[in-house]
Design a protein around this ligand. Structure first.
Ligand code: 3PG
Ligand code: MG
Length: 403
């Protein structure tokens, strides 16, 4: 039996033929106009399901969708996801059960044959799921012979389907979860150095713990987006109308001082694109950070900063990316983010850089320029990815590692 150095057991080593596998997936896909939005999370699950079905397992797939707050709500039904999954998994049939526990689930699971799959209705239709209720977990446990967690993106939640269940069935890590942890460890625990991190996004408020953890781990911390303004302003630079958190100036200065003693270089933009409004195609100009015109706001990095960042990537061996460099959703203020994404993708494909990216905005930006597949690994996790970057123990992972 192989165990990762995290200590969890992989399902790849187990004879699953004829076994009912209770498989925790993250099919919490975005919903759009009454239909399903981005299907990346469904696509990512397919190799796991195909692999286990080929080995003769009976797949009982469980997931949540949205936040229905413990009661049934057709708006959050997984039925359309089951249909999409079935179409993508063809010829493997995917049935659907109208409840995740009780008689409906038990009889549907009872009629599964080897190599077939069923998706159960939204776990969060029951209050016991989010309460990590042992009774709810016991009802789930009746539906499987063993438990597989392939939902890294839910592992920051101590819920019945990620935590309590592991006390009741033998618990294994699925291949996707293993791949995700391997990617994150490659970047943060044993990276090829130098290693750089790009941390961007609107505000530092939600990322203070991430920044504090990363300065201990990376050689260069490249700060972009609105967050950079708080750092610039904390150094006495007038950022005019830019997004800024003056109340966090002290925190920004502390982070810079800590980075200094940890030997981590903090990289801020030296020139920027300043616009008159937070709107697509707003009138704008390139200027030095020390000369942001009154009445304007910083919406992107400037060309000198961009060239500097490209040079830094070329000199690094490993890159972690979370958060855009500018207001990439507004044309043309995504130029900096997109150009750096292209460069990171090019270096990855040339074998010169290991690149791991995560977070909703980052993935959207990479998809927009079509380079997501050129990165070494792109995480579809949001909260779990950030908590990992904070250096926190994730309850769903700790539960798998328990002997
Ligand atoms: C996510 O999308 O981040 C996961 O599916 C977890 O969802 P949650 O934030 O509603 O717990
Ligand atoms: Mg979330």
């Amino acid at each position: 039996m192989t165990t990762g150095h995290n200590g969890f057991k992989s399902i790849q080593d187990v004879d699953v033929s004829g076994k009912r596998i209770l498989l925790r997936a993250d099919l919490n896909v975005p919903l759009a106009d009454g239909g399903l939005g981005d299907a990346t999370r469904i696509e990512r699950l397919l190799p796991t399901l195909r692999g286990l079905a080929d080995r003769g397992a009976r797949l009982v797939v469980i997931s949540h969708l949205g936040r229905p707050k413990g009661k049934p709500n057709p708006e959050f039904s997984l039925a359309p996801v089951a249909a999409a999954l079935g179409a993508m998994l063809d010829p493997i049939p995917v049935a659907f059960a109208k409840d995740s526990i009780g008689p409906a689930a038990e009889s549907a699971v009872g009629s599964l044959q080897d190599g077939q799959a069923i998706l159960l209705e939204n776990l969060r239709f029951h209050p016991g799921e989010e309460k990590n209720d042992p009774e709810f977990a016991r009802a789930l446990a009746k539906l499987g012979d063993l438990y597989v967690d392939d939902a890294f993106s839910c592992s920051h939640r101590a819920h019945a389907s990620t935590e309590a269940i592991t006390h009741l069935l033998s618990a294994y890590a699925g291949p996707q979860l293993v791949a995700e942890i391997n990617a994150l460890e490659t970047v943060l625990e044993h990276p090829k150095r130098p290693v750089a991190a790009v941390v961007g996004g609107a505000k530092i408020g939600t990322k203070i713990a991430v920044l504090n953890n990363l300065i201990e781990k990376v050689d260069q911390l490249i700060i972009g987006g609105g967050m950079a303004n708080t750092f610039l302003s904390a150094q006495g630079i007038d950022v005019a109308n830019s997004l800024n958190e003056p109340e966090l100036a002290g925190t920004a200065r502390e982070i810079m001082a800590k980075a200094d003693s940890a030997g981590c270089e903090i990289v801020l933009p030296s020139d920027v694109v300043a616009a008159v409004a937070f709107e697509p195609n707003a009138a704008h100009q390139v200027c030095d950070v020390s000369e942001v015109p009154a009445g304007t706001m910083i919406l992107d990095v400037g060309p000198v900063s961009l060239e500097n960042l490209k040079g830094r990537l070329a000199a690094c061996k490993t890159l972690l990316w979370n958060g855009p460099l500018g207001a990439f959703e507004l044309t043309p203020f995504g130029e900096g983010t997109f150009a750096l994404a292209h460069e990171a993708a090019r270096l990855t494909q040339a074998g010169e850089l290991v690149t791991v990216a995560g977070g909703g905005d980052t993935v959207a930006a990479l998809n927009e320029v079509g380079v997501a597949d050129d990165f070494t690994y792109v995480s579809t996790a949001g909260g779990a990815f950030l908590e990992w970057l904070e250096g926190r123990e994730l309850p769903g992972i700790a539960a798998l590692a328990r002997p």
